[in-house]
Design a protein around this ligand. Structure first.
Ligand SMILES: Cc1ncc(C[n+]2csc(CCOP(=O)(O)OP(=O)(O)O)c2C)c(N)n1
Ligand SMILES: [Mg+2]
Length: 560
């Protein structure tokens, strides 16, 4: 026989997890013991449950799925924020929470860490809103079915799942796991719907004179990057990506025309999107942010939307069509049409050439971006935090193999610190580079200490512009000022005599270059480089984008 905890551990290992992230608490301690017995997985502690959920979120970006284990309410409520993020960002993070002993409800006990009422159901009710499946195991014999059901739902939907395990059931006996295919095998497309969708899409594209492709953030979750590339090459047309899909199509590919983000696009992507008369949007998500305050949203008769399990085009809709199946089948049916590439050859702006700054001149964001560009390789994963880091980093040209992570849908500042920790745990052979603002860093800074603990050489560029600059551009006020910290000293304080973290402060280009060189030699721990710039040194793109988003946010209410 297995136990509920060992069953769960086996399933997590079987879906490819080599780690799970935890914060202990008395409702989950017996469960953590059971998980520790599984030698295929390591247990990784986090400093708090918000960071724990974001670490799992980052791990899921690297490995495809993740798990985090927290205690009841005091832990789970904090984790919910990161789980909401995983939902928004289409990442299957399994949240596991310890919960009250199964006898307590019937005994009418009041319990610690609860709301102080006899109701212990509120947590699963809350979890249901931010997961694809939420289960509570109240009898050990139900565990195999409920655990399989929750994990399968998460993997299929690429959304989180929630599993609640009472403190007295983690070690209780249950049946051993059956074949894992029951959990991981994908749902096939409906064959008839797929064929009809492909026929309609091929006809749609054949009628267009200037077709092109646009990749969106759900493309990776749908496992459709390779099929998208195949379709792009079959048509030979322009390919733009949304900010949340940067790196989902190789940027060195000759058909890559930039990041489409309305008027703040890179490489003139918007000019070609605006010129095209037939845009196949794959996995796109149009929000106030990604449409630049609703000023740039492809829609109408020129647009075909291919979602992870649905295709819609003018006058037709097809359900149960898996995106990868659709794109691969369509690639075999389309005609070649490179009109958008011919036009793009005329419109293509030169890549901005940023001149090297005088090494003694005051540091500015352009010089920071220029130097970060210089260290990008095919092994780099660049994580951009919400803030002007988005705009500073989005123009980075990614060499083949480089990956890029952004949390634009949830947009929780502070995400990048725990997420890069989780990502580094999941992908120890990649070089993890983070661009994070001072305000964001202050939200989750303590997770750097886990990078120290695990000797992870994450490289953090902390852009110190003395406040919430992105908010200054959207809507300013005294609330956008923050307390300055000595960031380099803080990082080294995490060593406490037993770590290899290094902190540097750069106020000019020369100091930054020197810090980057030193960082390259620190292979046993994180390096933080505080880049000090003026409060009003921000990108033109942030100002333009902030203006449009502010206008969208402040639309007056409609008259009744
Ligand atoms: C959890 C959370 N709280 C508040 C916000 C609102 N917010 C968005 S950006 C931002 C400021 C970011 O400041 P910083 O990291 O210094 O970046 P900068 O724009 O200065 O480059 C804030 C407070 C948020 N996105 N997430
Ligand atoms: Mg700032």
């Amino acid at each position: 026989m297995d136990t509920v905890g060992s069953y769960l551990a086996t399933r997590l290992a079987q879906i490819g997890l080599k780690h799970h992230f935890v914060v202990p608490g008395d409702y989950n301690l017996a469960l953590l013991d059971q998980l520790l017995l599984n030698k295929d997985m390591q247990q990784v502690n986090c400093a708090n449950e918000l960071n724990c959920a974001f670490a799992a979120e980052g791990y899921a970006r690297a490995k495809g799925a993740a798990a985090c284990v927290v205690t009841f309410s005091v832990g789970a409520f904090s984790a919910f924020d990161g789980i909401g993020g995983a939902y928004a960002e289409n990442l299957p993070v399994i949240l596991i929470s310890g919960s009250p002993n199964t006898n307590d409800a019937g005994d009418f006990h009041l319990l610690h860490h609860t709301l102080g009422t006899h109701d212990f159901h509120y947590q699963i009710e809350m979890a249901k809103r931010i997961t694809s499946a939420a289960v509570s195991i109240q009898r050990a014999e139900d565990a195999p079915r409920l655990i399989d059901q929750a994990i399968r739902a998460a993997l299929l939907a690429k959304k989180p799942a929630y599993i609640e395990i009472p403190s007295n059931l983690a070690g209780a006996a249950c049946a051993p796991p059956g074949p894992i295919s029951a959990v991981i095998d994908p749902e096939p497309s409906d064959a008839a719907s797929l064929a009809a969708a492909v026929d309609s899409a091929a006809a749609f594209l054949a009628k267009k004179l200037k077709p092109m492709l646009l990749a969106g953030p759900k493309l990776r979750a749908a496992g459709a990057e390779a099929a998208f590339l195949a379709l792009a090459e079959a048509i030979g047309c322009s390919v733009a990506v949304m900010p949340g899909a940067k790196s989902f199509f190789p940027e060195q590919h000759k058909q890559f025309v930039g990041v489409y983000w309305g008027e703040v696009s890179t490489l003139g992507a918007n000019t070609i999107v605006d010129w095209s008369d037939g845009i196949l949007c794959a996995g796109t998500v149009f929000t106030d942010y990604s449409t630049v305050g609703w000023t740039a949203q492809p829609a109408g008769a020129n647009v075909l939307i291919a979602d992870p399990d649905h295709v819609s085009l003018p006058g037709a809709d097809f359900s149960r069509v898996r995106l990868a199946d659709f794109l691969s089948a369509l690639a075999k049916k389309v005609k070649r049409n490179d009109a958008t590439m011919v036009e793009y050859a005329r419109l293509r702006p030169d890549r901005p050439q940023v001149p090297t700054a005088d090494p003694k001149a005051k540091l500015n964001r352009k010089e920071i971006a220029r130097q970060i560009q210089g260290i990008m390789t095919g092994h780099t994963t660049l994580l951009l935090e919400t803030g002007d880091s988005w705009f500073n980093g989005i123009e980075t040209s990614l060499p083949d193999g480089a990956r890029f992570e952004i949390e634009m849908q949830w947009g929780h500042i502070g995400w990048s610190v725990p997420a890069s920790f989780g990502y580094a745990v999941g992908s120890p052979n990649r070089k993890i580079v983070v661009m994070v603002g001072d305000g964001s860093f202050q939200m989750t800074a303590q997770e750097v200490s886990q990078m120290v603990r695990h000797n992870l050489p994450v490289l953090l560029f902390l852009i110190n512009n003395h406040g919430y600059t992105i908010e200054v551009e959207i809507h300013d006020g005294p609330y956008n000022n923050i307390k300055n910290w000595d960031y380099g000293a803080l990082i080294e304080a995490f060593n406490a005599g037993e770590g290899h973290a290094k902190g540097y402060r750069a106020t000019n280009g020369g100091e930054l270059a020197e810090a980057i060189t030193k960082a390259a030699t620190n292979t046993k721990g994180p390096t933080l480089i505080e880049c000090v710039i003026d409060r009003d040194d921000c990108t033109r793109e942030l100002i333009r984008w902030g203006h449009q988003v502010a206008a969208a946010n402040s639309r007056p209410p409609r008259k009744a």
